[in-house]
Write a protein that binds this ligand. Structure first.
Ligand code: GLN
Length: 552
């Protein structure tokens, strides 16, 4: 089959949900038995988002092969079965650094190196390479049409139609139709301008997907069609929805996939969206609800914890429970105390970097352990639990991570280099500062679970593959002491014998992992650790209610 490219651009304003729309479209095409992948092009100069603050960029999504990528790749993996890799996301920074490297090597000897053709050719090469092995390649262009930064990307995708054939390419433009309450109508003018901008680059969109908080009338559809040169049936309305997982069904209902397939000459069966219909059904028919507290630093920015939040929702679907997520500022706990954790039915501490707010997280882990509230710790959430346990149960008063206090008395979390010699033997602690760039343990690693541990029973298998993004590890020097104080290590890394999961046998549900399970959770499957966590929150709620009833 000849490879087809579907390019997705965005206009009018940013944050329209281009990533989710691309992912939802890909989900429908996958349900038509097509072999799909999605590539995200980011117009910024950073090589990857790994060094950008979550405040600016949201979470960093880690792929199996250890790339630090845009959070949209998380949406892609939650909507389609194809796994993303470092080839599915590239930035202007990567393109320029590649071109400059080649220039120094003399690859362009004799030529003046320019945006066109050198940068645009490299962009096209990356797109082709990213789409290798797939029949349909959706390409999402970051930013908004009209930005200076995304011009080379737009120029490249324009050229691709000439090179691979217009009949093998399709352009989708996502826009906003603002609703003006005083006149009671949605406005089409910004969309017309945005399409005009695209046309000036040489791109005529085939499909317009119009975001709005109101449905568009036939009149408005006809107007958009006329002014933007797009068939009426290819003007698709995307009304705000309460769940992103409704979007595949919503788009299919307007026949967008039929139109795309016809336009690209694709012969494939109708989309069977029964799995997505099941997700919608589960969401609409919960049998109860639980309230989870997520203790972190970026409470006003849910995108900083996007995959964790989605994974909690997926576990809710699996357990048929609505999951209410309360984002709690760990610094607030330091000021006001753990009383603000009262009423929660479970506590989750996600990953994080830096000392700010860490003591509040340690206080939360202590509260969960002592009050026997279900606890799920992820990465830093595991490290703080371990520090807490060392300090308050194992009698190591000043226990800490060398990330926060480099010369603490009990460095129960530290860099491997600080407690291992080159041969891998445990040595005396020595200060060994390492660089902050390129020194993380990233991507999927095999982990062996300890038979009959809670984690092993949840996973239902012995060997698991989970993704990492951290620099610090549990310090094996203190392991024996911590274990004899009651800590159970439920999983070790296969290659390096590092602690991957801890749990407390005398607690109803206290599990913390060095890896990030949220990156492997999908709405159709959920993740065993998250499902178990939400189930335990429900059990906690039931037994608490029973106790309260008995007391009354
Ligand atoms: N800051 C910790 C480390 O580097 C934890 C990282 C994380 O939670 N992702 O090890």
């Amino acid at each position: 089959m000849i490879k087809k490219y579907i390019f997705i651009t965005g206009g009018v304003v940013s944050s329209l949900g281009k990533g989710i729309t691309a992912a939802a479209l890909a989900a429908i095409l996958e349900a038509r038995e097509l072999n799909v992948t999605i590539i995200k092009l980011d117009p910024y100069i950073n090589i990857d988002p790994g060094t950008i603050s979550p405040v600016q960029h949201g979470e960093v999504f880690v792929t199996e092969d250890g790339a630090e990528t845009d959070l949209d790749l998380g949406h892609y993996e939650r909507f389609i079965r194809t796994k993303m890799s470092r080839r599915n996301n590239f930035t202007t920074g990567q393109i320029y650094s590649d071109v400059l490297r080649k220039e120094r090597c003399g690859d362009y000897l004799g030529a003046t190196v320019q945006v066109i053709p050198h940068i645009t050719n490299t962009i096209k090469d990356y797109i082709v390479e990213g789409g290798h092995g797939h029949d349909i390649v959706l390409v999402e262009i970051g930013g908004t049409v009209g930005d200076i930064e995304s011009l080379p990307f737009l120029e490249s995708i324009r050229q691709m139609a000439v090179e691979v054939g217009r009949e093998h390419t399709l352009y989708i433009h996502l826009t906003l139709l603002p609703y003006i309450a005083t006149s009671g109508e949605v406005k089409t003018k910004p969309t017309q301008h945005s399409v005009k901008e695209l046309l000036s680059i040489g791109i005529q969109p085939d499909v317009l997907i119009c975001r709005s908080n109101h449905s568009i009338s036939n009149n408005e559809r006809a107007k958009i069609s006329l002014f933007c040169n797009v068939l009426e049936k290819a003007v698709i309305s995307l009304k705000d929805v309460d769940s992103i997982y409704k979007i595949p069904v919503l788009l299919k209902a307007q026949g967008v996939d039929d139109y795309i397939c016809k336009k690209l000459g694709l012969k494939c069966p109708e989309a069977n969206l029964c799995e997505w219909e099941r997700v919608i059904y589960q969401q609409a028919n919960p049998v109860g609800e639980v309230t989870i507290g997520m203790v972190g630093k970026y409470i006003a920015l849910p995108d900083a914890y996007r995959s964790v939040i989605e994974a909690l929702k997926h576990a809710g679907l699996k357990n048929r429970l609505t999951v209410n997520i309360r984002l709690i500022d760990s610094e607030d706990i330091e000021i006001r105390g753990v009383k603000i954790l009262k009423d929660l039915e479970a506590i989750l501490i996600p990953g994080g970097f830096g000392y700010r707010g860490v003591e509040g997280k340690i206080m939360s882990a202590k509260y969960a352990r002592e009050q026997k509230i279900p606890y799920l710790g992820i990465c830093l959430g595991m490290q703080v639990a371990l520090i807490e346990f060392a300090r308050h149960v194992a009698g190591m008063q000043d226990a800490n991570s060398t990330e926060f206090v480099s010369n603490c008395k009990y460095p129960v979390v530290a860099l491997i280099k600080e407690w291992q010699d080159e041969a891998g033997n445990i040595t005396k602690m020595r200060s060994k500062k390492s660089d902050l760039g390129g020194t993380m343990r990233l991507g999927s690693h095999l982990c062996h679970l300890v038979r009959d541990s809670i984690a092993q029973l949840l996973y239902g298998k012995i060997t698991i593959l989970e993704r990492h993004r951290h620099r610090y590890e549990v310090n094996n020097m203190f392991l024996k002491e911590l274990e004899s104080a009651g800590l159970r290590v439920a999983g070790f890394s296969q290659d390096t014998n590092l602690v991957e999961i801890i749990e407390y046998p005398d607690h109803p549900w206290f599990i913390a992992s060095q890896f990030h399970p949220e990156f492997n959770s999908t709405p159709r499957d959920s993740h065993p650790l998250f499902s178990g966590f939400i189930k335990s929150a429900n059990n906690y709620q039931k037994s608490r209610n029973k106790k309260q009833k008995n007391r009354a």
